[in-house]
Design a protein around this ligand. Structure first.
Ligand code: FAD
Length: 392
């Protein structure tokens, strides 16, 4: 049977979109190229907004059972004492192989069908996206037609590319390398961010003894590490930790993961018959940890737009336009906020000043965290009493 919707990609954006559509009685096929459970390069921090969205999807209890409750963030900048900011709402750390498999299972339980295959091409008819062409394990290319296609296939989205929506990549994107580690000193429920020297290292406790470690560096640095990336990651983390966090005795559990350049954006998030959701619709600098929150809230908006278009085909332009309008305001402000914070921590003098001001004005830090987690609109962080206070 021809499904109403084909969703390309079974990450948080794709699974959540499929779950919401299937729950509303829509026929959904998810096409996912990876076999789950699969690793995803991610800091694995779920902000309070992502946690609330998991609650609305009905999977929060299951996630809580396998996640670590986070209390706050500890920011360490060169030459300044560490600053601790408490999270306003419940935030969690959860390994993505567990979270993503759980969300995909929830979509299947709601009625979605999952096909293991890679989408290579789109079916276009009269300028409209009418389905996808998938390549299975046997190498054969077959068509999957649908009334709507959702591109939830992450950074470098093939759906965005085939629709001609991808913007040329920005130069100078950074690279992330990391993995799961054990053997640190005690982990106390704080995400630890160490910044400086054009790079940063984030440590996110997945349990009392196991942590996600990600080092984000410019391309040249990665090239210098090519002979021994583990030593490079350890060295960069140790240098950024500067006596606050020791890497000595830490050992990697499982594979090292890497990704880059960290850049992907689109001219618009929809075309006739197709919507982009999550990272496929534009990637935000990972420093502020808004990605899963945006994937889940974007899925809610995308499902609403598709349900509206399925109910009244003449309304597609209006419902897809409303979705694009949301991304053009909320997400654009989030990207600005992410870039501003990234800039503040990238320039050593600014980072030192911001850390000192955060310690002096904790309410500015609390507002910033609320804005990043969706408790208040991101624009509010640009008020003089928030970002302004960190600088002046
Ligand atoms: C270094 C780093 C650290 C990060 N840290 C955090 C963090 O701590 N907190 C946070 O909230 N966000 C973080 N993010 C961002 C977060 O990982 C993403 O925003 C999030 O995964 C987006 O979900 P998604 O479903 O859109 O895409 P993805 O999770 O990338 O899922 C896309 C899926 O599509 C599948 N796919 C791709 N192409 C095809 C194809 N052609 N055919 C079929 N299937 C396909 C892939 O296999 C994948 O399963 C980080 C990102 C990076 C790079």
């Amino acid at each position: 049977m021809k499904p109403d919707v084909v969703v390309v990609g079974g990450g948080p954006a794709g699974s959540a979109t499929a779950l919401l559509l299937a729950r509303a009685g829509v026929g959904v096929r998810i096409v996912e190229r990876a076999r789950f459970p699969r690793r995803k390069v991610c800091g694995e921090y779920l902000n309070a907004g992502a946690v609330a969205a998991l609650g609305r999807l009905g999977v929060l209890e299951a996630v809580r059972e396998v996640a670590m409750l986070l209390r706050g963030v500890r920011l360490v900048t060169p030459g300044a004492p560490p600053v601790e900011l408490a999270f306003g709402g419940a935030a969690l750390a959860c390994a993505r192989e567990v979270l993503d498999a759980l969300l995909l299972d929830a979509a299947v339980a709601a009625g979605a069908v999952v096909e293991h295959a890679r989408v290579d091409e789109l079916v276009m008819e009269d300028g409209r996206c009418a389905g996808v062409r998938v390549r299975g394990d046997d190498g054969e290319l077959t068509e999957r037609r649908a009334r709507f296609v959702v591109g939830a296939d992450g950074v470098g989205s093939v759906v965005a590319r085939r629709l001609g929506l991808t913007k040329p990549p920005r130069r100078g994107g950074r690279y992330a390398v990391g993995g799961h580690y054990a053997g640190f000193g005690p982990l106390d429920g704080h995400v630890e961010m160490y910044v400086g020297d054009g790079a940063y290292f984030a440590l996110n406790p997945l349990s009392e003894i196991r942590a996600n470690v990600m080092v984000v560096v410019p391309r040249e640095r990665l090239a210098q590490w090519s002979r021994d990336v583990d030593a490079g990651v350890g060295g960069a983390a140790a240098a950024l930790g500067r006596g606050v966090r020791s890497f000595e005795g830490a050992t990697r559990l499982g594979p090292r993961v890497s990704i880059g350049p960290l850049t992907h954006d689109v001219r618009r998030p929809s075309a006739a018959g197709a919507l982009l959701v999550g990272d496929a619709a534009g990637f935000l600098d990972p420093f502020t940890g808004q990605g899963v929150f945006l994937a889940l809230t974007g899925a809610e908006r995308a499902a609403e737009a598709i349900l509206g278009a399925l109910a009244a085909p003449g309304r597609e332009a209006a419902t897809f336009g409303a979705y694009a309008g949301w991304r053009a305001t909320d997400v654009v402000w989030r990207r600005r906020l992410g870039r501003t914070v990234a800039l503040l921590v990238a320039v050593p003098a600014l980072a030192r000043r911001s850390a000192a001001r955060l310690a002096r004005f904790p309410e500015a830090g609390a507002t910033l965290i609320d804005a990043l987690a969706g408790a208040i609109p991101p624009q509010r962080a640009f008020r003089p009493a928030v970002l302004g206070r960190l600088l002046v």
